[in-house]
Structure formats: structure tokens, C-alpha cells
Design a protein around this ligand. Structure first.
Ligand code: SF4
Length: 404
């Protein structure tokens, strides 16, 4: 297939495909799917070998957000019966983080609901990072606190953060149908603030919100242009109690095509399968590892994932290996780029890629708005697996042990 030969050749050279080529990946048929996965797999192995980076989420503050992101179970007015709690104490968060690291996670992702942090919140997260790094100085920390004000990224960097997560989520064209309380430009600004402060930028998307193929390609190219070191690909978890609860637009095949498109556009960038992996890829998860080089271990922010041990077994059974603490995630030339973006006097910490996984975190909802979106025909009732959506009842903010 000429398309796949072209995409493979470009990916092996680290070149970005054209927009038309990216769209063509999303239009491939089920008969072509294994060829698409194999082509993306060659590109993945060129830059990341058979390594899988494990990231572990710690939800520092859950629910009660004043923002209205329609995919999110923590949004203003959400009726989803999720855990709701205010800031974990540093030692509570460090305990949760330790469980993830002991389970094999290289990166801990500290996430808090909300529009953005106050300066007092930055102090709290500073104390939390110190507690985590006291126990394990090698662990990478990615912080996800929403929209950043001036100097907050610099403060997080000085306090030991390695990365900052803030997802673009969808295209600029459709962003206003997903969220009214902030803009796409606000999100771009925060990613740029983080990158400018020398933090590794982690920024990704949510698929399955009623968007068109063009929207998906737009946001993925935008992420490439922003210089995101890590691209979490969330598949919408349609939480009951959110505006997007009835949006079941994804099939495992569609998810694999989306992952492949993201890989071809970001050949040498960390591509992470984020929220919705178990719900939408289901038994096809191992094929996703041939495309993405990073996943979350265990549970998500407000939903439960499969058992952490099942993640580890899947990686081993599929012939991959967990990336070790001493191994660089990004290829050397990408690390150089990230270091060059850091301000003078900053050490850069670019050898890592980022973590977390959702809009603040992985993820949920869909675009009840999206009036211009073409109907998605791939997902039918076959994809409706409400039985797989499980609200998180263990780990951070509970008395029960974390899943790691
Ligand atoms: S994605 Fe973040 S900002 Fe948006 S509603 Fe959820 S917690 Fe709030």
C-alpha cells in the first residue's frame, strides 16, 4: 500500500506526513488495519524500541470544578457519582505515588481539578513533590493543575517538577462546543508557559466526542507544532451524569487508526494511550502497544482501570518491556530540542516525556455541542459498553489500597 510505505519511510526519518496522508490513515478499512498497525509499529520501534513507559496518576483534589468541560466527570454540575475531596496532604499523596512507583511507574502525575492553581496551591504541590522525591529522588513528576498564571510554571520547575500536562483536547474549531468557561487559546497559552519555563510539555487529545476526522488531524498537528514531548490520547469515557454520557462513538478499530495517525504525525514523540483504554480498545489493547510507547498503570482520576498487574502481564505477553528509571524516554535529538526551549539557567530536564492524562486527567464526556461534526458511523451499539465504566472507589482519597 503506497500510503503506508510513504508514512513508514517518513516516520523512520522523523518526518511529519502531510495533512492528507494523516486523514487517509483514518479512512483506512478494517481489512487494512493490521497493515496500518504494522507500519506504525515500525516507526514506534525505530524511536522507542520495545519499551513501554508507565505513568501513575494521583488525583490530589477530586471533583467540584467550576469549569464546564463537557467530557469531564468533575465538571460544574456533574451528576457523576465520583469521589469528591479536597487537597490530599503531601504524605497522603506520597503514599499513593509510592504504590505506583513500586508497581513499575517511572513517572507520577499529580493532578488537581480546578480552573487553575492559586499561589497557595503551588505551595501545596511543592510540599507534595518534596515528599515524593524524598522517598524516591529518581521519580519523574508531571503536574497538571489547569491554567497557569505568570511565574507559576517557573515556581513548579524550581520546586522539582519535570513536566506539566495540559491537553488541547480537540481542534480549535470545535473547542467552543466542548467548553464555554475557557478557550482553546487559554490552553495553548498554558502549554507555552510550561514549555517556556523548561518543563517538558505534555499535551494531548480526547477522541470520541463527536469530532470529525479533520478535527482530530487539526489537533494532532497543533500538538506537534506546540512541541509537546508527550501526547496522551484519551478515548472518551462517557460518564453518566455528564453531558456526553450517551456518546459511544468509538470502536477498537477506530481507536487503533487514531493511535496510528497520532504516531505518524509524532514519530519521535511519546505517544501515550490514556483514559478509555480498557473501555474502548478492550481486547485489542496489546495491539495499541505496537503503536504507543506509554500507558497509565492502574486507575485513572475518577474511573478504575484494569488491575495494575494485568497491565504488566499485557506488556510482557505482547513482547514489550517496562521502561526503567535510568532509561531516557525521548530520542536524544528530541531531548536536545526540549533543552533548547528551556530558559537560560534552567537545566531543562528534557530527557523525559510527560504524563497525566486528561483534560485535567483522563478523561470522560463528549461533545454534546459539536453541531458541525459529521456523524460518526463507525461506533454503533456494538461499542456501548457501559458495564466497563467503573467509578474509582480505591486509592487516593479513600481508605482502600491503590491499584498499582
Ligand atoms: S477537565 Fe479540568 S478544568 Fe475541565 S471540568 Fe474537568 S477538572 Fe475542571
Amino acid at each position: 500500500m503506497d500510503l503506508l510505505d510513504t508514512l513508514t519511510a517518513k516516520g523512520l526519518r522523523g518526518e511529519v506526513p502531510t495533512r492528507e496522508e494523516a486523514l487517509a490513515v483514518l479512512a483506512t478499512t478494517d481489512d487494512e488495519l493490521l497493515d496500518v498497525v504494522a507500519a506504525a509499529g515500525k516507526v514506534r520501534r525505530r524511536w522507542f524500541g520495545r519499551r513501554v513507559k508507565l505513568n501513575y496518576l494521583v488525583n490530589l483534589k477530586s471533583g467540584l470544578c467550576p469549569e464546564d468541560c463537557s467530557y469531564c466527570s468533575q465538571r460544574l454540575g456533574s451528576k457523576a457519582e465520583i469521589l469528591k475531596y479536597t487537597w490530599l496532604k503531601p504524605e497522603q499523596a506520597a503514599d499513593a505515588a509510592r504504590a505506583g512507583v513500586a508497581g513499575g511507574a517511572k513517572r507520577v502525575c499529580l493532578v488537581a481539578s480546578g480552573r487553575g492553581p492559586t499561589d497557595r496551591d503551588i505551595d501545596r504541590v511543592t510540599d507534595t513533590m518534596a515528599a515524593i522525591k524524598d522517598a524516591d529522588p529518581e521519580v519523574e513528576i508531571c503536574v497538571c493543575l489547569g491554567l497557569l498564571s505568570d511565574n507559576q510554571a517557573e515556581r513548579l520547575k524550581a520546586a522539582g517538577a519535570d513536566a506539566y500536562n495540559h491537553n488541547l483536547n480537540t481542534s480549535e474549531n470545535t473547542y467552543g462546543t466542548i467548553t464555554k468557561t475557557h478557550t482553546y487559546a487559554d490552553r495553548v497559552d498554558t502549554v507555552q508557559k510550561a514549555h517556556g519555563a523548561g518543563l517538558s510539555a505534555c499535551s494531548g487529545l480526547i477522541a470520541g466526542m463527536g469530532e470529525t476526522d479533520e478535527d482530530l488531524v487539526d489537533v494532532v498537528f497543533a500538538l506537534r507544532e506546540l512541541g509537546s514531548d508527550s501526547v496522551p490520547v484519551n478515548f472518551l469515557i462517557p460518564f453518566e451524569g455528564t453531558p456526553l454520557a450517551k456518546e459511544w462513538n468509538l470502536t477498537p478499530q477506530r481507536c487503533l487508526r487514531i493511535l496510528a495517525m497520532v504516531r505518524f504525525v509524532n514519530p519521535d514523540t511519546e505517544v501515550r494511550i490514556a483514559g478509555g483504554r480498557e473501555v474502548h480498545l478492550r481486547s485489542m489493547q496489546p495491539l495499541g502497544l505496537h503503536i504507543a510507547n506509554s500507558i497509565f498503570l492502574g486507575d485513572y482520576l475518577t474511573s478504575e482501570g484494569q488491575a495494575g498487574q494485568a497491565d504488566l502481564d499485557m506488556i510482557k505477553d505482547a513482547g514489550f518491556e517496562v521502561e526503567g528509571a535510568g532509561e531516557a524516554t525521548l530520542p536524544r535529538h528530541r531531548a536536545d530540542v526540549a533543552e533548547a526551549a528551556a530558559p537560560a539557567g534552567s537545566c531543562g530536564s528534557a530527557a523525559s516525556a510527560c504524563g497525566s492524562g486528561g483534560g485535567c486527567g483522563p478523561c470522560g464526556g463528549h461533545s454534546h455541542g459539536a453541531p458541525e461534526a459529521a456523524p460518526v458511523t463507525e461506533g454503533t451499539d456494538d461499542g456501548l459498553r457501559e458495564d466497563l465504566v467503573k467509578v474509582r472507589r480505591r486509592g487516593a482519597g479513600t481508605e482502600l489500597a491503590p491499584n498499582a
